[in-house]
Design a protein around this ligand. Structure first.
Ligand SMILES: [Zn+2]
Length: 337
């Protein structure tokens, strides 16, 4: 069985003929189904990431028409429960159909993409009194531009990300909190390892288990994260998800450590900041201003007034070291300018 799900969007002028589709596919679609954005497997698709017109990559009674290969998918990510793709249309003059479709997209006449997939795991659910099939895990087969998508409720925005070098970097994701409970303020903190969460290896974990772990962190490149080490800025207690004040503070210091305090795309920093600032308020603390801080200011933030507390905060030395390394890099850059 091959399934198709669509998303809607709007386009905006873009450089390099790349178009980004941000989809909200968690809504129940016309088929009465839901595709879990975090459960879309892309390993196989990534080896042949075609961008098609109308799913015509297989041919019906004849060979598929090559004109319907209108580009390639240059990136994808899961962000806030949305599956996002970025597609690059073929260079101008190579494929007339692609040129026409690209113009239709840019002028706002075509707005929708649709994904083709094989279901891998699913469950039946009842949502608002309606029987719904939830595809928990699917394998992505193709991404197509289509006139009408099957997911009418999903509101998506197509966005172009133009980079000077033509390089496109998809933004990562700020996972939802695993828990809103707070640990006692004096709770000590150390950066968790995988063993703090599970006895299994990362690859053995289910998508749901990986996503559960990711929600202890303030940033991940995608959900589920490909590797445990991809996640950034942990601040929830592995045992029960409670927010740990010292973890929040260390994460904030790393985030505000200019460029290189922590390697998170610049576009994501504000959202990570908002996440951490909300935790500051949970502990009745005023969050620091959203800006890059000097080494001394960061030290003040990390080290408490009282030496005893400073030592308790020290276990997160990896983050502190990263902050200092980032500052050194930044200073060197400034000297070179
Ligand atoms: Zn959090």
């Amino acid at each position: 069985m091959k399934e198709r799900r669509g998303i809607e969007g709007r386009a905006r002028a873009v450089e390099g003929r790349r178009v980004r589709f941000v989809a909200s596919t968690r809504a129940v679609d016309r088929h009465g189904t839901i595709v879990e954005p975090g459960g879309i497997r892309t390993e196989r698709f990534d080896r042949n990431p075609v961008f098609l017109w109308g799913h015509d990559g297989y041919g019906g009674f004849s060979a598929p028409n090559p004109e319907n290969v209108i580009g390639r998918v240059t990136g994808h990510a899961v962000e806030n429960d949305q599956f996002i793709i970025e597609a690059e249309f073929t260079p101008e003059g190579v494929n007339e159909r692609a040129d026409m479709l690209y113009r239709l997209v840019m002028d706002g006449f075509l707005n929708a993409v649709s994904i083709g997939f094989y279901p891998l795991r699913q469950r039946e659910d009842v949502i608002e009194g309606r029987a719904v099939t939830v595809f928990e895990e699917v394998e992505l087969l193709d991404v197509s531009l289509v006139p009408i998508p099957s997911n009418p409720e999903a509101l998506a925005v197509m966005r172009a990300v133009a980079r000077a070098a033509g390089e496109v970097e998809l933004r990562g994701t700020v996972p939802r909190d695993i828990s809103k409970e707070t640990a006692p303020e004096g709770e000590s903190w150390r950066k968790p390892t995988l063993a703090d969460f599970t006895d299994q290896s990362w690859d053995e974990l289910s998508v749901a288990a990986k996503n559960r772990i990711a929600r202890h962190y303030a940033w991940a490149p995608q959900l589920p994260p490909e590797r445990f080490a991809d996640q950034r800025l942990p601040h929830h207690r592995p045992s029960d998800g409670a927010v740990v004040w010292r973890g929040v503070r260390a994460a904030m210091a790393a985030l505000l450590g200019a460029r290189g305090g922590v390697d998170i795309p610049d576009e994501d920093r504000r959202r990570v900041y908002n996440h951490l600032a909300a935790h500051y308020r949970q502990f009745d603390k005023e969050p620091p201003e959203f800006k890059a801080y000097s080494e001394q200011e960061l030290r003040d933030m990390l080290e408490a007034v009282d030496k005893g507390e400073a030592e308790a905060a020290a276990p997160d030395t990896a983050d502190i070291a990263a902050v200092l390394r980032g500052l050194k890099r930044r200073i060197n850059e400034l000297l070179e300018d």
